[in-house]
Ligand binder design. Structure first.
Ligand SMILES: [Zn+2]
Length: 306
């Protein structure tokens, strides 16, 4: 194993980041796989799942090579900053493949993408719900020229729901997995855990997901049964509040909800007005804001529709 540091200079009076980067194995013997966690600094299950995998990895068994960034966003981790990086208020997972001449987060994205992801044939980006999000485990892969391989990664990772996203229909851009797919690197985003917790079950889902992906690719020997087939989702509906106020949800993540049902309410802080949040289609809330505090146009939940 070779350990090095990806360095990014600071900005706006804040210090820079030194991101540990590990290389394992030998690309002469098999594919090169990029593994990354901690793009959002409070999604702890992803980071610990990857670290647990590394702690138990027998490098001599690898047929291929790994390029690993176990904590991509140390600035947000240290500040306990949900979603965004303190230096410039940007969301790192909207900035890939990055800009070497941009602001701090854009430079961070570029440094990680160029060093860890671009040389790989496969890329796995591990996430969870952030500090104020509950989440039902799922994987995302993007429509691309390598989507069949991406889909195989998603199936191998083994989480309960799987979503294919078309760029034109995606609520967001600049994720590491979408940027990788556009560069011809088969990739997924894998989500398990949330609410700033370090629950063992979600940590294990991530650790096993990585092992299953590497076994499917022939990089590590298989030592378990394949994962059960996921529920396949055709598209996302990200529901937002109209105004700011006090959000309360009527549903839990993973519930099956019907079109027209009331998923929750946002009440104005003077108590006078209440907005009902209604499901536009049948689906499953796969992530859900757990904090009552929401801003105008604030994200409330992600409804996955079949
Ligand atoms: Zn995330």
């Amino acid at each position: 194993m070779k350990k090095s540091i990806i360095r990014v200079d600071g900005a706006n009076g804040l210090v820079g980041s030194e991101i540990p980067f590990y290389e394992y194995g030998d690309s002469a013997h098999g594919p090169t796989v990029s593994l990354m966690a901690g793009v959002h600094g409070c999604e702890y299950t992803s980071m610990l799942g990857l670290r647990t995998f590394l702690d138990t990895l027998d490098e001599s068994a690898l047929l291929g090579s790994l390029r690993v960034v176990p904590m991509a966003n140390i600035a947000s981790f240290e500040a306990r900053s949900a979603f965004v990086v303190p230096h410039d208020g940007l969301n790192l997972n909207r900035c890939f493949p990055g800009d070497a001449n941009g602001s701090f987060t854009e430079r961070l994205a570029a440094a990680i993408f160029d060093e860890a992801i671009r040389p790989a044939q496969f890329h796995v980006d591990m996430h969870a719900g952030d500090q104020v999000e509950d989440l039902e485990p799922f994987t995302i892969y993007d429509a691309s020229t390598v989507e069949d391989q991406s889909r195989s990664l998603a199936l191998a990772y083994g989480l309960g729901y799987m979503i294919r996203t078309e760029r034109s229909a995606s609520p967001i851009a600049g994720t590491s997995s979408a940027a990788a797919a556009e560069s011809g690197i088969a990739s997924i985003t894998a989500e398990a855990g949330g609410r700033g917790l370090v629950d063992e079950a979600s940590v294990r889902l991530h650790e096993e997901g990585v092992r299953r992906v590497l076994a499917m690719l022939g990089v590590l020997p298989a030592s378990f049964a394949p994962a059960p087939a996921p529920v396949e989702i055709s598209h996302w509906l990200w529901l937002r509040s109209t105004r700011g106020g006090w959000w309360s949800s009527n549903v839990r993540v993973g519930d099956a909800v019907k079109a027209g049902s009331v998923l929750g309410t946002v009440r104005s802080l003077d108590g006078d007005e209440e907005e009902e949040v209604v499901a536009p289609e049948d689906g499953y809330p796969l992530f859900l804001t757990t904090s009552p505090a929401v801003a105008a146009d604030g994200l409330l939940l992600g409804l996955a529709a079949r």
